[in-house]
Design a protein around this ligand. Structure first.
Ligand code: PBG
Length: 335
């Protein structure tokens, strides 16, 4: 039987027409991923000339501030607008009250200053949470039962955020999930004459098991007292609650809201964008990165196209930007 001799009925609409050539595919392409969509999370260490591999995050290293600066320069030249800074501190800097978190001469504060001095145009985002600085690995101050105390923690977070702003951070990003901390930080920033410091709120942050490699990276993995963060991070079963969280953080003065993790929560990103119409970000977290790397290393998935497809998904879901450990590699690939 010959296919050419077939007679109708012909499809009224052939969606494949527009797919047949590169020019028409380009004309109708709805979303575009560029380096300007990316934020690179980085881990900073004390010292100079120091680099340490993170076994569960192949390709990502903890770097001392001097090496980080070299990396930041490359990111900047590739068009990546911002990086998100996470400290790795030794046990001698951890305590029950996390005093090191707001040390004006602490690792984060010094690193922010040196990055801003050398690269004033690069956006520097700092993490506001106590987990790198507590002996027990929880994001806040705990009571005897290891319950994280909301209002006491919030006061320490305010001090931490102020110290970051004073050091020159462009954006403070509370990732702790305490109630009311965005409002408290916003008022304190206003009072301290930092009216233009941005707040990117980890607004819908889930109690996810995808954070494992990050906890390895910052050295809080083994010692989370109580074993989980269920009493403050969100239940993965919930969706409406994410809208409630995001709306509250915006009302309290957040400039940008974030959904975290990323790929397993793209439904949340889309709902947040559709319902609130505010600048919306997502964090493709360490576990998502590790899964991809594992498959790439095994040769089970093709590195570059899969990486880019995973990031384009965030644009389709309505995100304005993506925190991703692929930022450097993706920005190189997108040149
Ligand atoms: C802690 C924090 C976490 C991440 C960012 N900030 C881990 C956690 O909540 O336990 C996770 C990031 C990642 O997995 O890449 N404040």
């Amino acid at each position: 039987m010959s296919f050419t001799s077939q007679r109708g009925p012909f499809p009224q609409t052939r969606l494949r027409r527009l797919r047949a050539n590169a020019f028409s595919r380009e004309l109708v392409r709805e979303n575009l991923l560029t380096p300007a969509d990316l934020i690179f999370p980085v881990f900073v260490l004390e010292g100079s000339g120091e680099r340490e591999a993170i076994p569960s995050m192949p390709g990502i290293e903890r770097l001392s501030a001097d090496l980080l600066l070299a990396q930041a320069k490359e990111l900047h030249s590739l068009g990546v607008p911002a990086l998100a800074l996470f400290p790795v501190v030794g046990p001698e800097q951890k305590s029950l009250m996390a005093e090191e978190a707001y040390n004006p001469d602490g690792l984060v504060q010094r690193t922010v200053k040196s990055l801003k001095d050398a690269l004033p145009d690069m956006g520097i985002i700092t993490d506001v949470a106590l987990d790198p600085y507590t002996t027990h690995g929880q994001d806040g101050i705990i009571d005897e039962a290891a319950y994280v105390l909301n209002d006491v923690t919030s006061e320490v977070l305010v001090q931490q955020a102020l110290s970051h702003a004073a050091a020159g951070a462009d954006v403070v990003a509370p990732s702790d999930m305490m109630d009311g901390r965005i409002g408290a930080i916003r008022s304190a920033l206003e009072e301290a004459s930092h009216p233009n410091t941005l707040i990117m709120a980890y607004a819908a942050k889930y109690a996810s098991s995808y954070y494992g490699p990050f906890r390895d990276a910052v050295g809080s993995a083994g010692n989370i007292k109580g074993g989980n963060k269920f009493s403050y991070q969100m239940d993965p079963a919930n969706s409406d609650e994410a809208l409630h969280e995001c709306a509250l953080d915006l009302r309290e003065g957040a400039d940008m809201i974030m959904v975290k993790p990323g790929m397993p929560y793209l439904d949340i990103a889309r709902r947040v964008k559709d319902e609130l119409k505010a600048p919306t970000f997502a964090y493709q977290v360490s576990g998502e990165y590790a899964m991809h790397q594992a498959a790439f290393t095994q040769g089970w998935l093709a590195r570059e196209p899969v990486m880019l497809e995973s990031l384009l998904a965030f644009k389709r879901a309505g995100c304005d930007g993506i925190l991703t450990y692929f930022a450097l590699e993706a920005a190189r690939a997108l040149q």
